[in-house]
Ligand binder design. Structure first.
Ligand SMILES: *Cc1c(COP(=O)(O)O)cnc(C)c1O
Length: 354
């Protein structure tokens, strides 16, 4: 009889997303719009070379990222999604008595990554569905080795200004690794200059993570990246899978990064659908925090009402994400899809709430 090691046997499996069969997914924060045509052309080229392993060092992709964000390419690491980087960071810096600290509505994957590292994961309360920097600082006990801040947040869509993140870093002990997950930052870079946040990596104790899965429309390619202090990058590299990102995906991501105008157009078009959708939901009496992302969190009057609306949406062929797993059973999270889908969602909401 085979027998797994005890901590794996005791682990709950990661809850995979309910894809809802034939339903239109508004559940995974995927882009409403396709990636850059230049990324698609790059994929065609890459397909002719699939007998070869990919570049294990992501040289061209790192170059594209470094040029775009004015970063040192030696400080960039790429992952099979930013989730791979989060997982390796937690394995490298937590476990063995060292805890991970996150926030109340922090990204669910962090809990799994902590389990895989056999690390304790604690979450501090948020305030009004927004991260509280003071609450994080108040809860840094001596065993905390990693603080994970998701900004803007998922599933809340809210954000704290960069100055608050800088204050967090300044007030955290220097032995604590701060990981800032900025999966949605492209949706607010224009109004919230990211250079101060990237500069935190220069301190040697802070990592900034980003992804191609959201604003670049490349969720299926599985490419994430981060700005790492060199000493931390050296540790994380030991844990990454060698040849972790398919050649096709690397070439698509590099081309997408170089087509900044296309990404900005995705952001603009997403916001142009998101903001009126959120306003109209508020007009229906829902509580909708201002979103800095490609989704909105809809808070209903009760848990029952959220469940009824979820059922009505499913009957109409639409799937939003239930939020019970995040302790928000009275909420649904709606990814911004194309305008026709949002109109359909709105009409179901209107009918269900009247
Ligand atoms: C979507 C998302 C990511 C990105 O994950 P990938 O592995 O890069 O697809 C990371 N963090 C949060 C909070 C997200 O919502």
């Amino acid at each position: 009889m085979t027998c797994p090691v005890p901590y794996v046997a005791a682990m709950a499996p990661y809850t995979l997303a309910d894809l809802g069969g034939d339903l239109i997914s508004m559940a995974q924060n995927e882009s409403a719009f396709p990636p850059s045509p230049k990324a698609l052309a790059a994929a065609q080229d890459a397909l002719t070379q699939t007998q070869l392993y990919p570049d294990p060092d992501w040289v061209d992709l790192r170059q594209a990222i470094a040029e775009t964000h004015q970063l040192d390419p030696d400080m960039i690491l790429c992952g099979a999604g930013s989730m791979e980087l989060t997982g390796c960071l937690i394995r490298a810096y937590a476990g063995d008595g060292r805890a991970v600290l996150g926030t109340e509505y922090g990204y669910a994957f962090v809990a799994s990554a902590a389990l895989q590292a056999q690390a304790v994961y604690r979450q501090v309360p948020e305030s009004g569905l927004t991260v509280s920097i003071d609450a994080i600082l108040d809860n840094v006990t001596p065993d905390v080795a990693v603080v994970l801040l998701c900004n803007p947040g998922n599933p809340t869509g809210t954000m704290v200004p960069s100055v608050e993140v800088l204050r967090l870093r300044a007030d955290l002990p220097e032995h604590v690794l701060l990981v800032v997950d900025q999966a949605y930052a492209e949706f607010c870079d224009a109004s919230n200059d990211p250079s101060g946040i990237f500069a935190l990596a220069q301190r040697g104790d802070t990592v900034i993570l980003r992804t191609f899965s959201k604003a670049y429309g490349l969720a299926g390619a599985r490419v994430g990246w981060g700005c790492f202090p060199p000493a931390i990058a050296a540790q994380v590299r030991k844990l990454l899978n060698p040849n972790n990102i398919a050649a096709v995906s690397q070439m698509m991501a590099a081309a997408a990064m170089r087509d900044r105008a296309h990404m900005q157009e995705i952001v603009r078009r997403t916001e142009a659908i998101r903001n009126p959708f959120a306003s109209r939901c508020r007009a229906l009496g829902l509580d909708v925090p201002h979103s800095h992302t490609n989704f909105v969190l809809l808070r209903f009057g009760s848990v029952d009402q959220a469940a009824e609306v979820d059922q009505a949406l499913r009957r109409a062929g639409l799937l939003m994400r239930g939020m019970a797993g995040y302790g928000l059973p009275d909420c649904l999270r709606a990814t911004i899809c194309d305008a026709a889908v949002m109109e359909r969602a709105l009409s179901i909401l209107k009918e269900a709430l009247s």
